[in-house]
Write a protein that binds this ligand. Sequence first.
Ligand code: RUQ
Ligand code: CUA
Length: 617
Amino acid sequence: MNRQNRQAWSRASALVVLALIASQCTPSQPAARRAGSGVQSDAAVAAQKTYVAPGDLDEYYMFSSGGHSGQIYVYGLPSMRHLSTIPVYTPYPATGYGFDDDSKKMLGDLTWGDAHHPALSETKGDYDGRWLFINEMNGRIARIDLRDFKTKQILGPVPNLHGNHASSFVTPNTEYAMMATRFSRPVPNRVVGIDKYATEYKGIIAGVKIDPQSGHMSLAWQILMPPFDYDLGDAGKLASDGWMFFTSYNTERATGKLEVTASQRDQDYIAAVDWRAVEKAIAEGKGDVIDGVKVIDPKKVPGLVYLMPCGKSPHGVDVSPDGKWIIGSGKLQGVTTAFNFEKVQTAIRNKDFTGEEDGIPVLKYESIKDAEVAVGLGPLHTQFGTDGWAYTSLFIDSAIAKWKLGTWEVVDKAPMSYSIGHLAAAEGDTVSPDGNYLVGLNKLSHGRHLNVGPSQPESSQLLDITEEKMKLLYDAFTEPEPHYAQIIKADKIHPIEVYPREENKHPMAVWDLKDTGVTRNGKKVLVKMIAVRSTLTPTSFEITAGDEVTVAVTNIEQTTDELHGFGLLDYNINLVIDPGETKTVTFIAKKSGVFAYYCTNFCSALHQEMQGYMIVK
Ligand code: RUQ
Ligand code: CUA
């Protein structure tokens, strides 16, 4: 049986089993007790839809940001099973991340990061399964390779930009990822009193160029912006390809108690950036170098940035699949606004402006909007389904509104438990959304699971959106804190099973036991080690206190999942080496005595025997 048939078969048999269970249920069972009569069959349907039989595979991957855990959580959908955690901005002993020389160097001085928006690489506006980018508040952005699900590059902290929230949002052919300032500050950074905030502090919008072959990121340009708080972004696509959009709040340029001072105006802005024009301006040598980066001041180079007024303190901005509409959600309103990209272009051509902010023209709201959609209170983010369906998360209403692009009617609302932030639909921010699953990423979950004390898990709720009414299928719980997530068809990703030996070009790799051992060069000691079931060779080595020691461990296995660890006690070292991989760790042997090292990853029946000694004289 192929995978599809097998899944269909196991679903069908699951349905039979569940029907049997349902028919045997007595009203005293918890589900029935809570849900009341008639709901049992709904529960059975939900169970059948989310049931992935043992041994079967999910249809989708979901990559969910781990927020201030600095990680990414990988789920399978529709089962909502947590499959793995990808450490990005935080050391993670489970995979040895942040302990070996390379990942330690990548993390630098920062051992935490507040990750918000994963962005899968795209080709022609569709996920292509190559890379995953994710931003972080300390001015950084990272690339994960989906060939091995590992973090390969962290760019930043970049200069000038502060509090990188409106990021990473890639353009339709992954030409760029974006970055933007949330907390304006003097550019270049220096001491300027907060009383000069309105004039001396600046925001920054930045383009991060992505190499189409390697995925390597480099900071390409920055734009000097008024001192607003830039919040979310999205790339134009199809009709609006070549543009980027960023919401902003605190256009009051206020300081102090922002919950009051930054909520004065009825409208703030979405900044629309013509990134192809920016590229051209940079190529023509425009812009000034500030702190090593080419920065363009729109006052001096007009025609690159425009401001679209948007209802009160907007949060999310989301471009429709055809690129025609830009949906801006004023989080302190009961409506979300659909801007028409063509009207934006016409208004720019006709200079239909109502004013300017630091030299950036402000477009006339009435001229560029198509509709204010009465979605409900506290709209934050919008995702898309098939046939023009849009789904907007409502934080204050704690619900998702389903509405239609073009007719603007709101047809359904699904309550969320509780206080939804982002939401993610299957391929729901691409040019061709799948329209079958939607996940609400909720901030609160009390009472929905066993109590675990004052800090409750976050909740991710899976909805079926194939029918007119959205249906809740499943509650999954996660660690802090899913902001955005993206859901990609599983067959678009092809992870490797091992690192092929011929690809290992590490200069300290050894593949033959006779090449292992200790070499000394003055105070520098290199220990070449092989890990293979079930020995770490050499099984002991001697050094002198004060030596600078590099241990290079090659796992010469070529069998998938045959990982080995190198945990060195009392030295705060734990490497985990995948099959075919070489990792190094360098340290000063400060403590003398005898210290055990051992394999930390259970690998064989003789895993416990996989141990040795470092003797520091
Ligand atoms: S945010 S809950 Cu960090 Cu993306 Cu909207
Ligand atoms: Cu190798 Cu456990």
